[in-house]
Write a protein that binds this ligand. Structure first.
Ligand code: FAD
Length: 546
């Protein structure tokens, strides 16, 4: 098989006949007759919108040709033709058929990280036991909507907690910046497609799934793990961990039940504050790490589409436009857009009573009226009061601002909000303009200047006009800021060694976003796979972790 890259076509190319167009381009590049090209699959499609009046599509394709060796010889030196690299996932080993019960690994948390750790372990025959504090995804969906529609928060079943983890009610963006020479990401996408995700996620440059499809996919993946011998325990919060002579002996559930285990994957996400406290009390090594704080901003999606795509705004291949922005403020703070959701809604993402937290989600169609994104400011452990005394100080800092937002919102999970024009002018908002905020259960118009630390407010005030220079309309008067965005990543790292075990606790494998090793669905899933491999190698008595 050969891979051809940089096949550039105008956006106007008909998608009905795209395969024939690509075949013709491939034959021309390889200098072969049409009948010598046996098969073609699209490997990647991206767009180049730098020139808005002439947007192009860039394809990479894999082709099977009649005499590959001869073709390769003819195109030798051509940078855009190469043998297709092997990308199939290779398991590091397989469990012995007589794996004792006591050696079954335990996975705590069934978000993307725990899901992929459990899936890979199950596919290798290790029959993992999965402990998840929240409810199964259907029940969890009802609980989550209870906050959005009836102002009722369930502390154990919400946007952060429950089957599927934090990204279940999300935009389902699947891109990541992590280096992935072993193509773990490809395996993640293939497993998602096998569970009914849209097949195009395998080749589009910015794949996304959207909320409703994610819910169904998670159920299918759970069924696959169970069919391979995995065991699920929902509504089973791990409240304690038994450690003896620096080695894990097992975990205790909230109801008191003890589960003996020698290998525990800790994939609890960034919101498991009680679990972090418990681990700290038990002496598991952890350290504070930077994260970001800010607001969600909402614009009409049409403003973003026009700015990014000009006359091609609304083209079906382009879909709803996204953006990625960064500004280095004069006070030394970086302000950047976070988790941008085209054509989506702002969601209430609290998991603790008496706090307001924002985030964003969308459906696969991304056809809601507004675009939203976090506009957040980087903060360091030295910013957290009390950091000298505890690595958990970042949690208190997050909680402080979440409670402040709850008060400013009126104390019923409504979120405080302000129009961008008023925020920049330093006056409270009293009426909405042309942009209707999508946050449910609703917003309370106010002055957001006391809802974040002064340095963050100053940095965002400076950044919004700077972003206007990149996206016309970004600092429009009527755009809405909703606060506060605090759960951008984990406020701490449960540091691990090269063999993926905790620095000071053998048998404990910290993983995913909560442990500070991932940010986003894809990177959490990839980290889960790597940790599953480390667990398997350890159980098999091998030390060839790469
Ligand atoms: P989590 O997904 O947080 O999963 C941790 C799981 O552990 C939870 O299910 C929790 O209930 C469980 N748990 C916690 N403590 C315990 C305990 N003591 N015992 C048992 N179980 C426990 N990322 C993207 O890449 N793209 C997006 O579009 C996107 N949109 C998002 C939208 C929203 C609204 C939110 C909240 C997040 C979004 N994210 C998105 C971020 C993404 O969801 C996370 O990065 C990802 O889910 C982290 O995966 P994880 O498995 O490490 O942790």
């Amino acid at each position: 098989m050969l891979r051809l890259t940089e096949i550039i076509l105008p956006l106007s190319t008909s998608q009905d006949d795209i395969e024939n167009t690509l075949r013709a381009a491939a034959c021309s590049r390889l200098g072969i007759a049409p009948e010598a090209l046996r098969a073609l699959t699209i490997f990647r499609r991206s767009y180049d919108a730098r020139k808005r009046s002439a947007i192009t599509l860039t394809y990479s394709v894999d082709v099977e040709v009649a005499d590959e060796a001869a073709v390769l010889k003819r195109v030798a030196g051509l940078r855009t033709v190469m043998p297709t690299p092997p990308m199939e996932y290779q398991y590091v080993g397989h469990a012995p058929a007589d794996l004792p019960e006591s050696r079954r690994p335990v996975v705590i948390g069934f978000g993307p990280c725990g899901l992929f750790a459990a899936l890979i372990l199950a596919q290798m025959g290790f029959r993992p036991i999965i402990l998840e504090r929240g409810r199964v995804v259907r029940e969890r969906t009802k609980d989550t909507w209870g906050l959005w529609r009836k102002n009722t928060l369930q502390p154990e079943s919400n946007v952060q907690f429950g089957e599927g983890g934090a990204g279940t009610f999300s935009d389902g963006k699947l891109s990541t910046q992590v280096k992935d020479p072993k193509h773990y990401g490809r395996k993640v996408l293939q497993e998602f497609v096998a569970a009914d995700a849209p097949p195009e996620i395998l080749y589009v440059s910015k794949p996304h799934i959207g909320t409703f499809r994610l819910v169904k996919m998670i159920e299918q993946m759970r069924a696959q793990i169970a069919a391979l011998g995995g065991e699920f325990r929902f509504e089973s919060r791990v409240d304690d961990i038994e450690i003896e002579d620096g080695r894990v002996r097992g975990v205790r559930l909230a109801g008191g039940e003890f589960i003996a285990a020698s290998h525990v994957v800790l994939a609890v996400g960034h919101s498991a504050r009680d679990t972090f406290c418990m681990l700290h009390k038990r002496g598991v090594f952890m350290e504070a790490k930077p994260f970001s704080l800010g607001f969600r901003i909402e614009h009409p999606q049409s403003v973003i589409d026009r700015a990014r795509f000009g006359p091609s705004a609304g083209h079906p291949v382009l879909g709803a436009a996204d953006y990625k922005l960064v500004h280095h403020a004069g006070n030394g703070r970086a302000v950047y857009s976070f988790c941008m959701c085209p054509g989506g809604t702002v969601v209430a993402a609290a998991s603790e009573p008496g706090g307001v937290v924002t985030n964003g989600m969308s459906q696969y169609s991304r056809n809601e009226r507004n675009a939203n994104a976090g506009i957040v400011v980087g903060i360091e452990p030295k910013d957290f009061p009390g950091i000298e005394d505890s690595p958990l100080a970042g949690i208190d800092f997050q909680r402080h601002w979440e409670k402040r937002a709850y008060e400013l919102g009126g104390g019923d999970y409504s979120a405080p909000a302000q129009l961008v024009g008023d925020f920049l002018a330093g006056r409270p908002s009293t009426a909405l303009g042309s942009v209707m905020p999508s946050y449910k259960p609703g917003v309370t118009l106010t002055d957001l200047s006391s809802s974040l630390p002064d340095y963050a407010i100053a940095a965002i005030r400076e950044a919004l006009p700077a972003f206007e220079r990149q996206i016309k309309g970004f600092s429009m008067h009527d755009a809405v800021l909703t606060g506060v965005e605090t759960r951008t990543s984990s406020p701490l790292r449960i540091t691990r060694r090269d063999d993926f075990q905790s620095m000071n606790t053998d048998g404990l494998f910290p993983a995913g976003e909560g442990a500070g090793y991932a940010g986003g669905i894809m990177s959490a899933a990839i980290d889960g796979m790597k940790v599953a491999e480390a667990v398997a190698l350890h159980l098999l008595g091998r030390d060839d972790i790469t």
